[in-house]
Design a protein around this ligand. Sequence first.
Ligand code: NAD
Length: 226
Amino acid sequence: MAKIVVISGAGISAESGLKTFRDDDGLWRNHSFYDLASPQAWEKQPELVLEFYNERRQLALAAQPNPAHLALAELESHHDVVIVTQNVDDLHERAGSSQVIHLHGELAKVRSTSDSTLIYSANGNPTQIGDLCELGSQLRPHIVWFGERVMDFDIAIQEVSRADKVMVVGTSLAVYPAASLLDFAKQADEKILVTKDIDGEPPESFQWLKGKAAHWVPKIASRWLL
Ligand code: NAD
């Protein structure tokens, strides 16, 4: 049994119909993504921010895991597999992966604005102004906004450092600190990057398989299952 760590980004969910950050036209009803995913936006226009995430939650709920998510889940039959994802959808979990670290939060959840440890399932419902936690404070999306701290990053570093194999899938490696996780893959004897495109050169010591996740990931997973 090997320890496998998969670092995934928006590209792995593209073939499930969820747009990546880059493929998106960047505008949502005339607001840029940056203007909606920030504490400042929440302060100024909480209704608009909730509407934006309610819509994204519905889109994620309607999407289905694709062959890349499913192949990674299947790897658990033979290996210890940890998924470290920048994605806020739950397609890895719905494919069957049991160890998923969400660096940027989860659309399916909401949390208290007064106590960030009070996290609840949204049960697939839209969140409204007036929806309160048990302390009586407004609920907000359980999402890491621009300028906020990435979740469970220390745990992710530990996992990557101990990995025998690392697969990086569907990320532009443009968003930090998530992209810096690759630097910790020192012990791994096999390091693979699957993505359609990246900014600049592929990271040193990674084999770059250029193309779609649903094509490459099942092929790599089958080999790792042998
Ligand atoms: P990104 O949009 O910056 O990059 C996506 C990468 O995936 C690109 O390199 C692109 O070439 C590649 N790609 C596109 N289609 C692909 C496919 N079919 N197979 C393989 N690769 C493909 O995404 P990022 O690096 O994850 O970072 C952007 C941020 O956007 C993250 O913080 C993430 O939370 C957020 N985001 C999440 C979702 C989601 O949860 N599904 C969707 C959009 C954005």
